[in-house]
Design a protein around this ligand. Structure first.
Ligand SMILES: *Cc1c(COP(=O)(O)O)cnc(C)c1O
Length: 499
């Protein structure tokens, strides 16, 4: 299997090269040149497979330059009982006959980014080994909270790699900060920056753009990289859980193999829902893909009227991991739906970069409408939905999943579609404890409680055991105590590398 650029501007590369490069150097994203197909018979044979076995069946067809042994080793290291608190890794919970929740938050940091970030580091190390890359890789991450911890847990103690995370001091929640600062591992460093998230991101971008620094580091055996969500090595792991969810429903007799299932995804950068699209392309019987956004509803507008327009106010919401105005992975989806028209993609994404908007043609719009439905949910309805679902099913949604649930209700109203649905639950309710509790108890009951006490309160109310990644956080040893001004990121890096 070769990987080609969505903008026709690069030679075809192997999976190892695509994963090592991250994105196409001249702009554009790597996509597989074709989609491996799973027939009904092959799906039937996989019904009883474990998550790792299923993963191997899928990855073998995409990472054809990896040996069977390498793929199995990567999967074993990523998905096991010490990192995931559930034997299914991503279990499906049925709320009703036709509404199923795919829990993607049983990994070490309680959010769905773990599903990909537990595997990516192993795929990356294996890729570099194959390509003969000998320098130590230094991953730099600017985080507003969640990605930082998921990346730290994924790269922790992976040989040949170090990871350095910058976060805005006072700009993340108490729980998020404590999660990061208590990270173990010999190859991790977490730095609090006196500034906001943009300062962190700009600082990291400046380091990446500094050619002299890169040369200096290269001469001393280091290479810089990021772990962002456009890497093929972060996308391909996400296909596995859609197969797993579907086959779990078959195994439990909720559906018969071949029945179509709709999928609802709370969406930010469009990675998660793109993986569902890829699963569908591979022959998994999925119906409509329902794209759920929060008040940053640039995608809803795009899917409804064909114009992507980022020129709007950015909003901070109670589903912060979806606060995004540029959904990078949308480029891969459009590439597919235009039949692989790299010229159109180049035109649109150049327009986006230059003017902040672009409009797709009618044919593309119609192709999208066949497979995708989009909606959005405001903050008030998000909380209301958490309360309603709790009252009705005694099931606790986090804010992101609540957005998806509400948009799914709107979809049912609008379409009358009777097919069963799987809703992707992207975070444990404990991860966004303050918002979730505010939907379930009165302000008076929460008054004066810090976030750690709120975790215990949510555990009592929901009847859920505290997520292991969040338990005992307050008592855990703080292992990182580094601070930097917003102009000092580079010196922090050099200091850590001993240069
Ligand atoms: C990252 C994230 C999302 C958005 O996923 P995309 O793949 O970027 O669309 C949704 N919910 C949570 C909790 C997340 O962390």
């Amino acid at each position: 299997m070769q990987y080609i650029s969505t903008r026709n501007n690069f030679r075809p590369v192997s999976a190892a090269e695509a994963i090592n490069l991250g994105m196409v150097p001249a702009g554009g994203l790597f996509v597989p040149e074709s989609f491996p197909q799973f027939s009904r018979e092959e799906l039937t044979e996989l019904v009883e497979s474990s998550y790792q076995e299923l993963g191997a069946a899928i990855l073998e067809r995409y990472l054809t330059d990896y040996s069977r042994e390498e793929i199995r080793t990567c999967l074993q290291r990523a998905y096991n009982a010490s990192s995931f608190a559930h034997p299914e890794m991503a279990p499906v919970v049925s709320l009703a006959e036709d509404i199923h929740i795919l829990e993607l938050w049983h990994g070490p940091t309680a959010a769905f980014k773990d599903m990909a970030l537990q595997l990516l580091p192993h795929l990356l190390v294996t890729a570099r080994h194959k390509l003969g890359a000998s320098r130590e890789l230094v991953i730099l991450v600017a985080t507003s909270g969640d990605t930082g911890k998921a990346a730290l847990e994924g790269f922790k103690d992976v040989p040949g790699i170090r990871i350095m995370v910058f976060y805005p001091q006072g700009g993340v929640s108490q729980v998020q900060e404590r999660q990061m600062l208590t990270t173990g591992g010999q190859n991790t460093r977490v730095v609090a920056v006196t500034g906001n998230f943009d300062d962190c991101q700009n600082g990291v971008k400046a380091i990446f753009a500094d050619a002299d620094l890169r040369n200096y580091l290269a001469d001393r055996g280091f290479e810089l990289s990021s772990a962002n969500s456009i890497n093929w090595g972060r996308l391909v792991p996400q296909i596995i859980y859609y197969f797993s969810a579907y086959l779990q429903l078959v195994r439990r007799g909720r559906i018969v193999l071949g029945d179509e299932v709709n999928v609802v995804v709370p969406t930010g950068n469009f990675g998660n829902i793109l993986a569902a699209w890829y699963a569908r392309r591979m022959g998994l019987p999925l119906g409509k893909l329902i794209c759920a956004s929060n008040e940053n509803n640039v995608l809803t507008d795009f899917f409804r009227n064909g114009t992507y327009d980022r020129r709007r106010q950015f909003k901070l919401t109670n589903s912060p991991s979806m606060d995004i105005l540029i959904s990078s992975n949308l480029e891969r989806f459009l590439y597919d739906l235009t039949g692989g028209d790299g010229e159109k993609i180049t035109l649109w994404f150049n327009q986006l970069a230059e003017t902040g908007h672009y409009t797709v043609d009618e044919q593309t719009r119609q192709a999208i409408a066949e497979v995708l439905w989009a909606g959005w949910c405001d903050q008030e309805d998000t909380l209301k939905t958490i309360g309603e679902v709790f009252d009705r099913y005694h099931y606790t949604l986090d804010t992101h999943t609540a957005v998806a649930y509400k948009v799914y209700q709107d979809f049912l109203q609008a379409s009358g579609d009777k097919r069963p649905a799987v809703i992707a639950a992207t975070a444990s309710p404990f991860k966004f404890v303050s918002s979730v509790l505010s939907a379930l108890v009165s302000a008076g009951d929460r008054e004066g409680l810090d976030e750690f006490e709120q975790l215990n309160m949510l555990s009592r109310i929901s009847g859920l055991p505290l997520h292991p990644g969040l338990a005992g956080l307050k008592e855990k040893e703080v292992r990182h105590n580094w601070q930097a001004g917003k102009t000092e990121l580079k010196s922090q890096l050099l200091c850590w590398l001993g240069l």
